[in-house]
Design a protein around this ligand. Structure first.
Ligand SMILES: Nc1nc2c(ncn2[C@@H]2O[C@H](COP(=O)(O)OP(=O)(O)O)[C@@H](O)[C@H]2O)c(=O)[nH]1
Ligand SMILES: [Mg+2]
Ligand SMILES: [Zn+2]
Length: 287
């Protein structure tokens, strides 16, 4: 029988099987020798509560450790805290690199209008949702996007992730989020990455301790391909490996597109910042 791992604590795995039953399983010893450890999100073959095989992974994220995610919802708060667009662009690039869909949820639209940002990112090509999680506005639209997917939420502390997730699960959970199985001292006891089943075949990942994802794996020379609206213009650059930063504007398709306002200034400026940051990291690692 096949199933999906929804939680892992040491060698104990919670698996939801094809009949939608939750089984507590152990992993066959052999995985360790092959240096493949089953992780949350893995599709597995189980028999008598033993994991026999890990099916091929679509993708794998190291921090937080999770496999086979379909999409990431990036929650951006319009106010308190202010939008962190550099972080958003970094995380969108990460999602492109990983090969997963992105959805941008602009939250706290009761405090500040998000029309302009929503327009900018839908022009780039992303799905955007304007939300007021506190007033349950935008929840249905979001819920529609989650169907039949494994979705993780990302965004700085305070942007409204827990409010959104609690709303999706109809407030059936404590203040701290669906995560909190609180102990008597009121501390969270569950620190493990966990998938929660919203409805059949629809999972939400909670990744305690990880508000955002690690981007260091992108090589700075490939960053341009992760800025999806740059891609059609890269072939117009005169030199292969054009950085779109140091080259003359007449020789760079991306810079021309920027001049013609086909690429937004804010996206381009963030591209430059992220490029320099990744280049710096690369140098530190290899020199
Ligand atoms: N004004 C406003 N406040 C919100 C909204 N959504 C969440 N908040 C508040 O923002 C704060 C942080 O929310 P929380 O869900 O804990 O953020 P998290 O750290 O991303 O999980 C809480 O006080 C929420 O009540 C919203 O749509 N509008
Ligand atoms: Mg939270
Ligand atoms: Zn160029």
């Amino acid at each position: 029988m096949e199933g999906i791992i929804i939680q892992n604590i040491s060698n104990q795995y919670k698996v939801v099987n094809e009949k939608d039953e939750i089984k507590i399983c152990t992993a066959r010893g052999k995985f360790k020798k092959d240096e493949i450890t089953p992780v949350v999100g893995d599709k597995v073959e189980i028999e008598n509560d033993v994991i026999l095989r890990i099916l091929d992974r679509k993708n794998y994220v190291k921090r937080p450790r999770i496999a086979n995610i379909d999409q990431i919802v990036f929650v951006v708060s319009m106010k308190e805290p202010k939008p962190d667009i550099l972080l958003l662009d970094k995380q969108l690039a990460f999602a492109e690199n990983l090969g997963v869909k992105s959805i941008i949820a602009f939250n706290k639209c009761d405090l500040e209008n998000a029309d302009e940002l929503a327009k900018l990112y839908s022009n780039v090509g992303y799905k955007t949702i304007q939300m007021q999680a506190k007033n349950r506005i935008g929840m249905d639209k979001l819920k529609e996007c989650l169907k039949n997917n494994v979705t993780v939420f990302s965004g700085n502390s305070g942007v409204g992730k827990s409010t959104i997730i609690n709303g999706l699960f109809n407030d059936n959970i404590t203040e701290e989020g669906l995560i909190s199985e609180k102990n008597k001292r009121g501390k969270n006891t569950t620190t493990a990455v966990t998938l929660y089943e919203l409805e059949e075949n629809t999972f939400i990942a909670d990744t305690p301790g990880f508000s955002t994802f690690d981007i260091t794996e992108i090589e700075y020379t490939n960053l341009d391909k992760e800025f999806i609206e740059f891609v059609p213009y890269i072939s117009d650059c005169k030199y292969v490996g054009c950085s779109h930063i140091y080259e003359d504007v007449r020789e760079c398709g991306v810079k021309i597109a920027l001049d013609e306002e086909k690429i937004s200034k804010s996206r381009y400026e963030n591209y430059k910042k992220i490029y320099e940051e990744l280049k710096e990291k690369f140098k530190r690692r290899y020199n």
